[in-house]
Unconditional design. Sequence first.
Length: 398
Amino acid sequence: MKIKIGVIFGGRSVEHEISIITANQAMTNINEEKYEIVPIYISKAGLMYTGEKLLKLEFYKDLDNLLKELTPITIVNNGKNVNIVRYPMKKLGNNIINTIDVAFPTMHGTNGEDGTIAGYLEMLQVPYIGCDMLSASIGMDKIMMRRVLKEAQIPSLDYVAFYSTDYIKEEEKIINEIEEKLRYPLIVKAGNLGSSVGIKKAKTDTELKEAIEYSMQFSDRVMVENAIVNLKEVNCSIIGDTSNAIASECEEPLGSDEILSYQDKYISGGKTKAGEVAGGSKGMATLQRKLPAEISDEMKSEIQELAIKTFKVLGCSGVSRIDFLVDNDTNDVYVNEINTIPGALSYYLWEATGKTFEKEIDELVDIALKRKREREKLVFSYDQNILALQGNKIGIKK
Ligand SMILES: Nc1ncnc2c1ncn2[C@@H]1O[C@H](COP(=O)(O)OP(=O)(O)O)[C@@H](O)[C@H]1O
Ligand SMILES: [Mg+2]
């Protein structure tokens, strides 16, 4: 019997389309002799669908039209199986379209990568690939992530974080605090977004105020940190869990302007490793990059070790990509962020180590099933029902 993989993608996120691309890359690299693919698409409105058309990228050009060709569904655990159920149901006939054995979320950004999909899958009691709620949500939140990194003494940039509501009340106090703790140029980021949305550089206090107001449009919290002027960016992927995690080859993503933008990451495309020019249809996989990164062997080892440490400190599982900022003037290395569902699942970083995408997915499924087995050993309930005891013994007063 083939293992049925429910590939879940799309969702209410600015990275909706990127998620479609990642899912498509995953679905075309799943070993179909071993696994059956069950595509589960979450629309921009947050509704779930399945259908054959989801397997081919060409059908996504008109998303509204695509929805009409799909079957709206819900996922139900009936105590025996995790069923994909047509919803609304038809009065006659079988509404159970399929079942899934393991879920494979390939969603980027809000309402997915931030732990929401992990929570949903936990409640459904289906094994799933990737981080659990806690690691996913901390990984998504730039400010919480920074607090955890600092506490774990993993090198990361100094920062000042605050709520927009406090900034509105005490602008001068917060600006003073920033100017005391940090130094210009500064980078201002919205608290919990990705894809370079809500990020600006500030060289003066006027620019700082403008940048803060800009970021406040995207999030209720803002983070300000020192900007690295002579910057090199290096990314490294990790596969595993907290007991066994390994690091990939390192890449150096190359942007066209100062801040690697959404445009750079996903739209402009670029030369792939094989040299062919791809228009923006492959997401992160076609970003212009140096692979391997042009760094010393020592720095590569340092980055790989820090990537593993970050992955473990956060309690991650599956495949993540940890992004680093390197100060070329000092050779200092800082962990910048983690992507717990990285674009293209970082397959190109693993291919560079000799691991095929198909093998990567195989390993991810194994890790998900192992976690399920381990969790089943934990005690979640006692067989004793305290409500069956007499009221006075458990201190219930009438
Ligand atoms: N402290 C910094 N100094 C210089 N450039 C930075 C700094 N922080 C971020 N950047 C630039 O902005 C980009 C986006 O920032 P990042 O923290 O990775 O947010 P996102 O979640 O949007 O990817 C980075 O890839 C880098 O090019
Ligand atoms: Mg980034």
